[in-house]
Unconditional design. Structure first.
Length: 227
């Protein structure tokens, strides 16, 4: 029996000698045949976005034509990848690029391929107060708000949670007044400061810091004008 292995593509010839017992005795019949090995149909694709993000589970679909999913071997050169249910989960390690490779065997012939992905840090979330990022705000609305939240927005396909860990409320004028919070919530001193301000005052929310699955981040400040 002749077995071919490897990943070469193209036209190949296989031959041999068939021996058969006949009424005239043992006879030999030589044979040869040609066959073609085509490029394997391997599909490796992200199911959520066209890049891999650090700090989240990136779902990946891997398929090789003619090979059951449980017989496909998958590896990743920048991070790790594991099978969860019917898909693969990639967890990249560092920004840059990552190559995901897949392989399997059909009738002793190895088939497979790879795909290169961009690896990115998660986007910086946006700080919001009363679901706003700045501009005019009714003073009563601001006073009734509990604190600051951080969000990547509805357009980002991954469900990623960030938590604001600290921020300051600052007012500039004849004298600068500043009150700090070590959580996402307004402190009593910050609420008192906001309540004391006349309408038309600009209020600055600065030094906003948040933490998420990829670590700590500095967020853009929010500037309101009280109405």
């Amino acid at each position: 029996m002749l077995v071919r292995s490897g990943s070469s593509v193209g036209n190949f010839t296989v031959g041999g000698l068939l021996r058969m017992q006949t009424p005239e005795g043992l006879r030999s019949f030589p044979f040869s045949t040609e066959y073609t090995v085509g490029q394997s149909s391997t599909v490796i694709s992200p199911t959520a976005m066209n890049a891999l993000y650090i700090g989240v589970d990136n779902p990946i679909s891997v398929q090789i034509a003619g090979i059951p999913s449980e017989q496909i071997r998958v590896s990743m050169d920048n991070g790790n990848i594991e099978k969860v249910g019917n898909q693969w989960i990639a967890r990249p390690r560092t920004p840059g690029n990552a190559r995901i490779s897949a392989s399997g065997a059909v009738d002793g012939v190895t088939q497979g391929g790879h795909m290169d992905f961009r690896v990115r840090m998660l986007p910086t979330p946006e700080a919001k107060i009363a679901n706003r990022t700045g501009g005019n705000i009714d003073k009563n609305v601001l006073e009734a708000t509990a604190g600051i939240v951080a969000s990547l927005g509805d357009d980002f396909l991954f469900n990623v949670t960030y938590r604001v860990t600290s921020f300051s409320v600052e007012v500039y004028g004849a004298t600068t007044r500043s009150e700090a919070s070590t959580s996402q919530a307004f402190t009593a001193a910050q609420k008192s400061l906001i309540s004391s301000l006349p309408r038309g005052t600009k209020v600055f929310f600065t030094n906003i810091k948040a933490t998420g699955p990829d670590g700590n981040k500095d967020l853009k400040e929010i500037i309101f004008t009280l109405q």
